[in-house]
Design a protein around this ligand. Structure first.
Ligand code: ATP
Length: 244
């Protein structure tokens, strides 16, 4: 393979035999996983299945956690969480600039805010933003550095249903423009199906299902064809529609 071809097909994230334990509880039990550059992947699993543990390991923010295995991830990684983690004593633009440095940082910060629909709110304080706006600012802060990899841990989990749908459109639009690899941790099967091109189910410390969602975007929650994917994911999660 020519070097440049290899570069293009190189996975952004590569895990080999990744384990993580808390005391005698093995949470990740030898995970092998490649996330190709530029792919939008969602990670589903029951509460306590280890989704956040996996995300934190990939982000390199799990110092002190016992484990083994090989992990390769890009240097440019941004993480967004369920809460925006904006610093309340810094104005919105200054929060976004925490993710940017170098020449033109302020201009890039302003552009990032405009991109997430917060143009004109640069001088607002985080406390003046709604939950959805704060998550928009968090996305701007995450993307202003043009990361190769965006890790998102339930970023819309605390938002109301309508705001969530708007945020889905926004995240997908941002991904289309910037093309980072995305790993989105979510509890929401529909969110995973509508947003991601590949959905993983974590169960008993392993990837129990690795499903490619081969369907054009934009996707609607109501498309019957997506029901088949839903079924498969719910089955992998041990849930049947009757018992929801
Ligand atoms: N710092 C920690 N110390 C001890 N146990 C932990 C720690 N962090 C996570 N765990 C345990 O590891 C398991 C996996 O937790 P993790 O947060 O990764 O799950 P999750 O799938 O993200 O759950 P949820 O969907 O509820 O956020 C849980 O049993 C949890 O109690």
């Amino acid at each position: 393979m020519a070097p440049h071809t290899e570069q293009l097909t190189r996975p952004a994230v590569q895990l080999r035999g990744l384990t993580r334990s808390f005391g005698d509880r093995t949470v990740l039990d030898g995970i092998d996983l490649d996330l190709p550059a530029g792919q939008f992947t969602a990670l589903l699993g029951h509460s306590g299945s280890g989704k956040s543990t996996l995300l934190r390991a990939i982000a390199g923010i799990d110092h002190g956690v016992a484990g083994d295995g090989r992990l390769t991830a890009p240097e440019g990684v941004s993480v967004v969480f369920q809460d925006s983690r904006l610093l309340p004593w810094r104005r919105v633009l200054d929060n976004v600039l925490l993710g940017a440095d170098g020449k033109g940082a302020v201009a890039r910060g302003r552009a990032a805010l405009a991109e997430v629909g917060l143009g004109g709110r640069e001088r607002a304080w985080p406390g003046e933003l709604s939950g959805g706006e704060a998550q928009r600012a968090a996305l701007a802060r995450a993307l202003v550095s043009e990361p190769e990899l965006l890790l998102a841990d339930e970023p819309f989990g605390a938002l109301d249903a309508l705001t969530r749908i708007r945020m889905h459109h926004l995240l997908r639009a941002l991904w289309t423009r910037h093309r980072p690899s995305v790993l989105l941790v979510t509890h929401d099967v529909d969110e995973a199906i509508v947003l991601a091109d590949r959905v993983l189910v974590l169960d008993q410390g392993r990837i129990a299902l690795d499903l490619t969602i081969d369907h054009p975007h934009p996707r609607s929650y109501r498309e019957p064809v997506l029901g088949e994917y839903r079924e498969r994911l719910l089955t992998a999660l041990g849930v049947t529609e009757d018992h929801q």
